[in-house]
Design a protein around this ligand. Structure first.
Ligand code: ADP
Ligand code: MG
Length: 700
């Protein structure tokens, strides 16, 4: 029977009832599902070596020959079951040994022709070499070997199925597969130079042997680079196209909505000028102009405001809010932590003091009565502006006429939360902000449903933070340095990875080490905030820190986002090796916000690896958020930015937003042009990847 990508897996020869059950349990139903399950790496088991030419111990080798001897014995001393065999390829013979693999003896018979792949070791006799516990496959006259004698794909376990079993099933599925039609082929841009679907699926599983003309197979043996072969890129392109489609549909849906446009009257300009505590940077002016233009259109804005830590996103958000407020609509600002919500509330109260639009605060830890009061005034429209946390998206919160939703530190929220906030209004404008500096092309593609404004300029008067990586030996000097800074009027953050000591994580905790900080700094007021500090206490502590009454603030990463105390000039980070580069960059962004020269000490624990230390040195050497983000992407992948899962679709199987940024660009361009002439459905029906098939998603 000829298989197609939609054939059930049960129709693949050799699957059997148990195999079918195991595949279903792993979520695979069709041949296409199995073939989209890619190897995570490859091993070169091609090029069998002549036994007579083998001289080097510890090398991995492939040999092919006839078994001339197979014997079992027990080794009582070492409590082992041993199978010993001898293989002869005509040039010579080589001993083989397997330990505790009884089935080897029951399957391999003298006289069988086999392929073997394993490590050559010095023989126990002390003379010559032997193959120890090699992988093996009995040669079959009628078909190519699967596990040996070629470039072999390596699979992760699939539920109860071993990687070797998966390989067998993939090979059987490909054997039975007929011609695969590729309706996407005419749409794939030629310049990508990728094969059609059927060829790509075959090549990613069982790549052809290299020929002199084709050149090196080297990329196949590199965990990441193999994903850049034309076959892999073809599949990645398709997955990225599935994402681009989702985003394009969302954009189209939004553009079909109607909002009452905002009008900019002279009074608004005047009150904006009054609230401004400083001159805007050129970048801030540009971003604000882009936002204001959006707000005057008849469909809702969806804009990402991206700017490195400290680039001044808050004031842009505040002025945007003012425009919407003055047009008679409500504005909500969502922040990821109570600490940040409280701080925004304080800042905005100060800024908007001369306007009728003082913000309310809505966070989970408010007394019930106060929460109720804020909720009521939002519902009846008497409150115009609200700043809050997740408490804002609870069901109990309703807005009379929400005109603009602002989400700060957007990467901390999922699409679902963003959607929940938008649903509080008819079709409100959306402004999301992030300090996570992702390369612009990536941002455009990734947040494909959003327009992007970038703050690529820092407010004046900043001096770059000086950063150093230090270990325990430098602790005494560091404490002395902090003491001097604080006595001279500066303030310091001291960040710990843990609140309390943990049995499983060896890292410093506030609970254990804050006393040491206090003892080392007599006369300096040292306070603590972390995620479990009660809200009122946290607010009081932050207010005192802002007012300069506290010298050293010991904290967890709750201060990572948004906290803004310009007088703070020292950031000490314990166990810096435990954090990602982007996160450290965010933490470091808490200092260097005022006129003082600021410093950041990255302390590493004794378990910090050479690699980790090198990463930290990179952070110390640059303050360029984009460089750091690229490095972070390279090392850890884009993490929370993988996109599809956020949209309720299966994750990428092969695509990497970083490795395949070229394919991402092409996919975006294709989807955008298809959208402009109503061709999205044609693309959707041409997709075969798991993320592309299935019911069309509807968002909101
Ligand atoms: P982020 O982009 O990280 O959210 P903030 O909005 O918190 O940055 O701004 C960082 C600091 O810079 C704040 O203290 C803010 O008042 C100040 N700031 C913002 N814009 C300007 C400007 N144009 N001139 C001077 N200071 C500014
Ligand atoms: Mg901010």
């Amino acid at each position: 029977m000829t298989l197609s990508l939609t054939s059930p897996l049960a129709s693949v020869s050799g699957v059997g009832a148990a195999g079918d059950r195991a595949l279903r349990a792993a979520g695979l139903v069709t041949v296409g599902d199995l073939l989209w399950h890619l190897p995570h790496r490859y091993e070169d088991r091609s090029n069998p070596r002549r036994i007579a030419s083998l001289t080097q111990a510890d090398a991995m080798v492939t040999v092919g020959g006839r078994l001339v001897q197979v014997a079992e014995r027990r080794s009582w001393k070492r409590r082992l079951h041993v199978v010993e065999a001898m293989v002869d390829d005509g040039s010579g013979s080589l001993p083989i040994v397997w330990f505790n693999q009884r089935y080897v003896a029951s399957t391999l018979r003298e006289g069988a022709r086999v392929w073997l792949y394993g490590a050559l070791k010095p023989a126990r006799s002390g003379w010559g070499l032997q193959l120890v516990a090699p992988e093996w496959e009995i040669e079959d006259e009628d078909s190519e070997p699967i596990h040996l004698g070629r470039i072999v794909p390596m699979y992760r376990r699939l539920g109860r199925l071993s990687g070797r079993r998966v390989r067998t099933l993939v090979a059987r599925a490909l054997e039975g597969l007929g011609v695969v039609s590729d309706p996407l082929a005419p749409m794939v841009p030629g310049e990508l130079g990728v094969p059609p679907l059927g060829d790509a699926l075959r090549a990613v599983h069982f790549p052809e042997q290299p020929t002199a003309q084709v050149g090196s197979m080297e990329p196949f043996f590199n965990d990441l680079a193999h994903r850049l072969t034309p076959a892999h890129r073809r599949l990645a392109f398709e997955e990225l196209l599935a994402l681009a489609l989702v985003l394009e549909r969302e954009r189209g849906r939004r553009r079909g909505q109607r909002v009452p446009a905002c009008t900019i009257k002279d009074e608004v300009r005047e009150s904006a000028r009054r609230v401004l505590p400083f001159r805007l940077t050129e970048a801030q002016k540009r971003a604000l102009a882009e936002i204001v233009a959006d707000l005057q259109r008849p469909f809702p804005m969806a804009r990402l405001l991206q700017g490195d830590v400290g680039s001044g996103k808050t004031i842009v958000a505040a002025l945007s809010a003012l425009v919407v407020l003055a047009s008679g609509h409500q504005v909500a600002l969502l922040a990821p932590t109570e600490l940040l919500a409280q701080q925004h509330h304080t800042t905005l109260t100060g800024l908007l003091g001369t306007t009728p639009f003082l913000p309310e605060l809505l966070i989970g830890s408010l007394p019930v009565a106060e929460k109720r009061r804020v909720q009521d005034s939002l519902a009846d429209g008497s409150a115009h502006f609200v700043v809050g946390t997740h408490a804002l998206i609870e069901d109990a919160v309703m807005f009379g006429r929400l005109g603009l939703a602002i989400i700060d530190e957007q990467h901390r929220f999922g699409v679902a939360q963003r959607q929940a906030l938008l649903e509080k209004g008819e079709a409100p404008h959306l402004l999301v902000m992030t300090a996570t500096p992702i390369p612009r092309s990536l941002a455009l593609s990734l947040y494909g449903d959003l327009d992007v404004s970038v703050l690529d300029e820092m407010p004046p008067g900043r001096t770059p933070v000086r950063t150093a990586v230090r270990d325990d030996a430098a602790r005494a000097k560091l404490v002395e340095f902090v003491r001097r800074e604080v006595t001279e009027g500066g303030q310091a953050y001291w960040v710990f990875p843990l609140i309390e000591e943990s049995d499983t994580i060896s890292a410093r905790s506030i609970a254990t080490h804050v006393r040491a900080v206090r003892q080392a700094l007599p006369g300096v007021r040292v306070e603590v905030v972390h995620g479990r500090t009660p809200a009122a206490e946290r607010e009081a502590t932050m207010a005192a820190f802002s007012a300069g009454e506290i010298g050293v603030l010991c904290a967890t990463t709750v201060i990572e986002v948004g906290v803004d105390v310009p007088n703070a000039s020292v950031m000490v980070i314990e166990n810096a090796e435990r954090f990602g580069l982007a996160q450290l960059h965010q933490l470091r962004g808490r200092v260097g916000r005022g006129r003082r020269q600021s410093f950041c000490a990255l302390l590493v624990g004794p378990e910090c690896s050479e690699d980790a230390r090198r990463r930290l040195e990179l952070l110390a050497a640059t303050t360029d958020g984009f460089r750091i983000a690229e490095e972070d992407f390279r090392l850890r992948g884009p993490g929370e930015f993988t996109g599809l899962r956020q949209w309720g679709r299966p994750e990428f199987l092969v695509a990497s937003l970083w490795l395949h940024r070229g394919e991402l660009e092409s996919a975006r361009a294709l989807a955008a042009s298809a959208a402009s002439h109503g061709g999205l459905d044609a693309i959707a029906s041409a997709l075969s990847c798991p993320a592309g098939v299935g019911p069309a998603v509807s968002i909101g």
